[in-house]
Every structure is written in structure tokens, then in C-alpha cells.
Design a protein around this ligand. Sequence first.
Ligand code: SAM
Length: 215
Amino acid sequence: MDNTPIDKDFYRYDANHRFAAMYPLLARQIVDDCGIRTGVCLDVGTGGAPVLIELAKLTDCALIGLDAQAEVLDIARENVVRHGLPPQRFRFLKADVTEVPLAAGSVDLLISRGSIPFWPDHVAAFEELYRVLAPGGTGFIGCGFSRYQPLEEVRAMRPKWTGDGDADARNDWKKDGYLDKVLARAGVPEATVQADAYGVWVTLRKPVSSQTVAE
Ligand SMILES: C[S@@+](CC[C@H](N)C(=O)[O-])C[C@H]1O[C@@H](n2cnc3c(N)ncnc32)[C@H](O)[C@@H]1O
């Protein structure tokens, strides 16, 4: 992570946030897609925890937000209170995606939105995320918007830099075949990559029969 000051306005999650209409729809879509409403939910690169906050409203999961920057986690804690949610349902961890301080097989629902462009080592990241995923668990990792939202709204919301193409290293992970290679090298057996007008999302599923390898 660099030392650029954080954009506090981006991390404050209230009705004025530029993605305020999207986060509840994305959370609804995630729950509809995987049917997970209990257990442990981990959000990697949680930022101000907007996705986690919306998942708290729809599920009974224990919620863990992980981020490499301590400062954004302070804002996430404020956002939890701002949304009238019980702080004891949330746990926040300052850590890198490549070193998640959680036991193998301990996460039932794994999400990560908008963080993957910043990860320095995608293979190490996916190895680690797959390690913490529980047998029978599902992960949604990507960048973009909810398919429950009209495309005109998505186009209006999309930040300008995502269109910069090859010139921006933050777009490398979206290049053709890149994620397939990363997932194979990370030893992830069941994953789908969906790239469309809503963004790019990887869905990971860990078979129920998977053995959890002790750390
Ligand atoms: C664009 S924000 C997305 C925040 C939130 N998930 C959302 O959808 O609004 C990206 C977040 O990823 C975090 N991040 C970047 N690199 C990371 C890494 N290597 N490990 C953990 N978090 C990271 C940043 O600190 C930042 O909070």
C-alpha cells in the first residue's frame, strides 16, 4: 500500500455516497446467489464496510471486515454505528489479503469488491482466500456493480479510470485469460469468471468434500 492520504468521503457510507444505490442491491444479489445467511462472512478490502453493512441487514452472519489500511477500518466502525447496527456483530482486521489472520476453512461467505485491482500478488491472494474458505463455502471477488441495477445507472456510476485500458496497471487483472491462469496457479479447482457490462466477478466454490489442511 502507498502512503497517499485516504479519501474519507469515499469511505463514509451514507445516503450521499456515490454508490449508495448499489451496495444494497449487490448484497441482495450475493445472498440470492449463494443462499448463505448464517456462519462467518469475510469481506476483503472492506474499506468503509458498505457491502458488509448491507449483508448485516439481510443475514445472521458474523461479519469480518479485513483491510490493509487501519484508517479506513476506523471509518468502517463509524459506518456500522451510522447504520444503527450492533457493533458486536462486526470484527475488523488490519491485514493484507495474502496473510489473512483466520483459520483454514473458517469462512462460509467470502466477498471482496473493488479491492482486487490493488493486490500486488494475485496468485498468493487467491491461495490465501481459498485456504480460509470453508468446505461448502462461496466467494465473490471482483470489481463492479450489481446485475440487479439497470445498466444506465451502472454506466453513470462507473468511475472514469476503469476505462483507461492497458495504460493503467490496475486493469491488468481484467485482461483476457489472466484470472484463469491465476486461479489455476493458485490451485483453485472450482471457479467461474464472469466479465460483462457490470464488471468482472470471480465466483469460488469449495466442494463440501474438501479437506481442510491444518496450518
Ligand atoms: C476501492 S476500495 C473498496 C472498498 C469497498 N470494498 C467497496 O466496495 O466500497 C479498495 C479497498 O481495498 C483495500 N486494499 C487494497 N489492497 C489491499 C490488500 N493488499 N489487502 C487488503 N486490503 C487491500 C484498500 O485499503 C481499500 O480500502
